[in-house]
Design a protein around this ligand. Structure first.
Ligand code: NAP
Length: 463
C-alpha cells in the first residue's frame, strides 16, 4: 500500500480542536497558514456559538476588544476549516471517537470553573464567583438563569485583577451607557433597577502587587457619576514593594493609585473603594443571605522564591455588604481521559504536548490557551502561545508517513454525529445566527441582542 508524508496533498493532516475560543482560533490560524503542508481543521464547541470568552467573557462596554472576532471569522472561512458547534467532548463524543477520526487533537478548552476562597460563608446566597456575574450579563446560556439581587447598596468584589475591574465597571456604570451594547436585555433591566451605590474592591496584597492593568483601573476613575476612592495610608510604598517596581504595569499602577488617593472621597453618587492588604476571612449572613464580610489586615513578606506574599496581622474589620463577588481567578475542569494537574488546575504539557503523570508525552494530544498555561494574559497572548503548540505538532509529524485517506473520509465525523442524533451547528449556521442577533439588536438600537438559550438558537435556525 502506498504511503504518503503527513501533510502531503494526498494525505492531509486531520486536526480536531476542542474549544472555539481565542486560543483555538489562533491554533487553527497557525495550522492553516503554514505553507507547503496540507491540513484540515475541525473545531468543536459545546455551545452552538463560537468565540468562547470573547463572546461570553469580554465586557459589553469593551466592544473594541470583541472586534477580534472578525479575524477569527476570516480563519473560519479558510479552506480546510469546519466548525461543529453544540458538540461536547464527554457528552456527545469521546476521546476515542476523536482519535479514530483525527491525527492530532488540540484541547483549547480554557478554564471553565473558578477558584474558591475557602472561607466560611462562601456558599451563602449573594456570594458567588464574579465569572457567574460575567456570564450572566453576557447572556451565556449556562448563566442566564442566575438571579442577582441588585437591591443591595454595598457589594464587595474580592481580588484586584481585570475581571474584578470588569464586574465593578458594569455594576457602577450608568445603565444608559450600556443600552447600545450587546449586554443581555435582562441584565440591562436589572442594572436599571439596581440600588448598588458602593463597591468595595479588596486586594489581599499591596497596591504595588495589583494585577489589574492601569488602563482598566483608570477607566473606573473616569466613569461618570463614580468616585474611585483610595485611602492614602494604603498606598505607601514599603521597601519590599519597591522591589516589585521593575514591572512596567506595577510602576504605572503605583503612580496612578498614588495620585488618585490624593483626590479624597469626591461628590459623585456612586463610590468604588479600593482596599489593599486585606483578606476576607468569613462571609457573615442572616437567613442564609450575605450580610457582611469579615476581613483581616495583612502585611507583606517575601517567600523563598522572592514573591511578595500576604500574611494576616490578626487585626479584623467587618464590612457590611449585601453581595460578595469573588474575582480570585479561573480554574480548569478535568476532561475524563485527559491528564489534569489538580494543583495547577490545567492540563500538564511540554511546549503544548500533553504529558501524563510520569511526564511521558501522550502521542497526538496537545493543548493551548488557559488549559495549557493557566488563566493569565490578554487575548493576544494566546496567539504566540498557540503558535508554540502548533510548532510542536508539526515537528512531531516530521518524517512520519501514512496510508492515503479513503474518498469521502471527511464525512465520517459529521456522519457519526448525525447517527447519534447530535444536531451540530456549522459555521454557515452561526453566520445566520449572527445576522439574526444583529437584526434583533438593530430593532432596539443595540449592537446585537444575543440569543441566550440553545432552544432559541435552533428555533431561529429553523425559521
Ligand atoms: P488575575 O489577574 O489573576 O487576578 C486574580 C486576583 O485574585 C488577584 O488580585 C489575586 O491576588 C486575587 N486572589 C487570588 N486568590 C485570592 C484569595 N484567596 N483571596 C483574595 N484574593 C485572591 O485574574 P482575573 O482577574 O481572573 O483575570 C484573568 C486573566 O484575564 C488576566 O490575565 C486578565 O488580565 C485577563 N483579563 C483581561 C481583561 C481586559 O483586558 N480588559 C478583562 C478580564 C480579564 P494575588 O495577586 O495576591 O494572587
Amino acid at each position: 500500500m502506498k504511503r504518503f508524508s503527513f501533510g502531503a496533498v494526498e494525505r492531509p493532516v486531520r486536526v480536531a480542536i476542542v474549544g472555539a475560543g481565542p486560543s483555538g482560533f489562533y491554533a487553527a490560524e497557525s495550522l492553516l497558514k503554514r505553507a507547503g503542508i496540507s491540513i484540515r481543521v475541525d473545531m468543536l464547541d459545546r455551545l452552538p456559538t463560537p468565540f468562547g470568552l470573547v463572546r461570553g467573557g469580554v465586557a459589553p462596554d469593551h466592544q473594541k476588544i470583541k472586534a477580534v472576532t472578525t479575524i477569527y471569522t476570516r480563519v473560519a472561512e479558510m479552506p480546510g476549516f469546519r466548525f461543529f458547534g453544540n458538540v461536547m467532548l464527554g457528552r456527545d463524543i469521546s476521546i476515542e471517537d476523536l482519535k479514530g477520526n483525527y491525527d492530532q487533537i488540540i484541547y483549547a478548552v480554557g478554564n471553565e470553573s473558578d477558584r474558591k476562597m475557602r472561607i466560611p460563608g462562601e456558599e451563602l446566597i449573594g456570594s458567588c464567583p464574579a465569572t457567574e456575574f460575567v456570564g450572566w450579563y453576557n447572556g451565556h446560556p449556562e448563566h442566564k438563569e442566575h438571579v442577582f439581587d441588585l437591591s443591595v447598596e454595598r457589594v464587595a468584589v474580592v481580588g484586584v485583577g481585570n475581571v474584578a475591574m470588569d464586574v465593578t465597571r458594569i455594576l457602577s456604570r450608568r445603565p444608559d451607557e450600556l443600552e447600545d451594547s450587546d449586554i443581555s436585555h435582562y441584565a440591562l433591566e436589572a442594572l436599571r433597577e439596581s440600588r448598588v451605590r458602593e463597591i468595595l474592591i479588596l486586594g489581599r496584597r499591596g497596591f504595588a502587587q495589583a494585577s489589574f492593568t492601569t488602563k482598566e483601573i483608570k477607566e473606573i476613575a473616569e466613569l461618570s457619576g463614580v468616585d474611585l476612592i483610595i485611602d492614602p495610608s494604603e498606598v505607601v510604598l514599603d521597601q519590599l514593594s519597591e522591589g516589585d517596581l521593575s514591572d512596567a504595569n506595577c510602576r504605572r499602577n503605583v503612580e496612578f493609585l498614588t495620585d488618585q488617593s490624593k483626590l479624597g472621597e469626591g461628590v459623585e453618587p456612586k463610590k468604588v473603594k479600593l482596599r489593599f492588604l486585606v483578606s476576607p476571612v468569613e462571609i457573615l449572613g442572616r437567613n442564609g443571605r450575605v450580610e457582611a464580610v469579615r476581613i483581616e489586615k495583612n502585611e507583606l513578606y517575601r517567600d523563598e522564591s522572592g514573591t511578595s506574599k500576604p500574611r494576616g496581622k490578626n487585626e479584623f474589620e467587618t464590612l457590611e455588604v449585601g453581595m460578595v463577588l469573588r474575582s480570585v481567578g479561573y480554574r480548569g475542569v478535568p476532561i475524563p481521559g485527559v491528564p489534569f494537574d489538580q494543583n495547577l488546575g490545567r492540563i500538564p504539557n511540554e511546549s503544548g504536548r500533553v504529558t501524563d503523570e510520569g511526564d511521558n508525552r501522550i502521542e497526538g494530544q496537545y493543548v493551548v490557551g488557559w488549559a495549557k498555561r493557566g488563566p493569565t494574559g490578554l487575548i493576544g497572548t494566546n496567539r504566540r502561545d498557540s503558535i508554540i503548540t502548533v510548532d510542536s505538532m508539526l515537528k512531531d509529524l516530521k518524517g512520519k508517513t501514512a496510508k492515503g485517506l479513503p474518498k469521502g473520509e471527511e464525512e465520517a465525523f459529521p456522519g457519526m454525529l448525525r447517527e447519534r442524533g447530535v444536531r451540530f451547528v456549522a459555521f454557515e449556521d452561526w453566520k445566520r445566527l449572527n445576522g439574526f442577533e444583529i437584526e434583533r439588536g438593530r430593532e432596539k438600537g443595540k449592537i446585537r441582542e444575543k440569543f441566550t438559550t440553545i432552544t432559541e438558537m435552533y428555533k431561529a435556525l429553523d425559521q
